[in-house]
Write a new protein. Sequence first.
Length: 416
Amino acid sequence: MNFFEELKWRGLIKDTTDEVGIAEKLNTHCTAYLGIDPTADSLHIGHMQQLLLLRRYQKAGHRVIALCGGATGMIGDPRPTTERKLLTIEDVAHNVSCIKTQIGKFVDFEDETKGILVNNYDWTKELSLIDFLRDYGKHFNVAYMINKDTIAKRLESGISFTEFTYTILQAMDFLHLYNKYGCDVQFGGSDQWGNIVSGSDLIKKVHGSDTKVYGVTSPLVTKSDGTKFGKSEGSNIWLDATKTSVYEFYQFWLNVTDEDAIPLLKRMSFRTQEEIESIELSMKENPHLREAQKALASEITELVHGKDALDRALEITEILFKGDIKKLSYEELKAAFKGAPSGEIIDGEPILDALVKLNICKSKNEARKLVEGNSVAVNGDKVNDINYVLNKKDAFNEEITVIKKGKKVFALAQFE
RNA sequence: GGAGAAGUAGCGAAGUGGCUAAACGCGGCUGACUGUAACUCAGCUCUCUACGAGUUCGGCGGUUCGAAUCCGUCCUUCUCCA
């Protein structure tokens, strides 16, 4: 199975500008690029598939370019629903620096012939309006642009000129990378199809229609029940451990439903076809062991957060679901829960306030309802009195208390 | 520039003077079941010093005993015309 066939088997190919051409190209050598806009100060698991693709390309011997959209991020890729709020220049710069280090976990940038990290702001910031309109604008037919899915969807609800021009900016990136690095493949999620085509079209208009450049997209990750992938408790699962703890990250993957587990393993894991098929087989025989979920969660958590962090997430999991918290020593607890979500409370803190302080609940109102609903446990014991007070003397070493909401959400409360 | 229409909680969408903290659907949370799954069922889903109180229906101002609902004005968006 060659590289292109493998991508297909994994379910990572949706559309290509030229399937035969790209299949050939990927079996020789190419320079492939992926662009990511800095819309937040951390990447989230919605980016994972693409980041892993970057890694796959590099592992397969191709040169990869990770593009951080410092310029495009200031404009905003049109969403199907509504106009984006412009980010401030400071925010974009901050986001760029945060994201760059995260991308480094997936790609090796040590050797320029194997991996390059660029920022499109560098070649866009000096471009004058007149040059933009004369050198690039002429290549874009408005009638053609408004037929692009991303823009067409917005014609009813409204789209600003700013976002309308986004696709031109991204096309300029592909052209720039083609000129400078001979970059001949751009890939991305299927929502990027329009932008990717804009880029290859632009290159062909500038360099001739027989120029060998290719675009390829992968299907967006969806869940079998049709709901949005990548959210937990309504919020994003971030790659930044301070925004989403390693434990939560691990748990997210562990809780993937059976139906989604194998497809996700194919897409996200670097395991071979044989390995994945054997997992699939044993999962069919013993679904309750959730081997696929465990394999998926471990591999991805280790890649993103490292071996030590994974081990700790596993330890916490073990304790929270199988062990008895009260049997642990203070030292064991402290070691196991290192890096877990935590917060400080005072001696005599009411349970409702503590739940809010530790970010387990958004408001005391919510906390009240959960306690009344018998959903909260302190050090393993259910608490259903809304006037319950947390005392130092009940804590481990008079210092640490574990507060749990439901089955899976917990935080460490530390007395001041 | 002109003429219409619309802006309601995370989203979609009712409501068109008091019975409305605002139907319904989705999403989210919790409980039961289970395999930390799926399905199904039940409850919750503005806030708080909580059998009560406060603040909400694009913004501001007004009418009224009383407004998401009426009036004025501003902002935003859509449709059609030029």
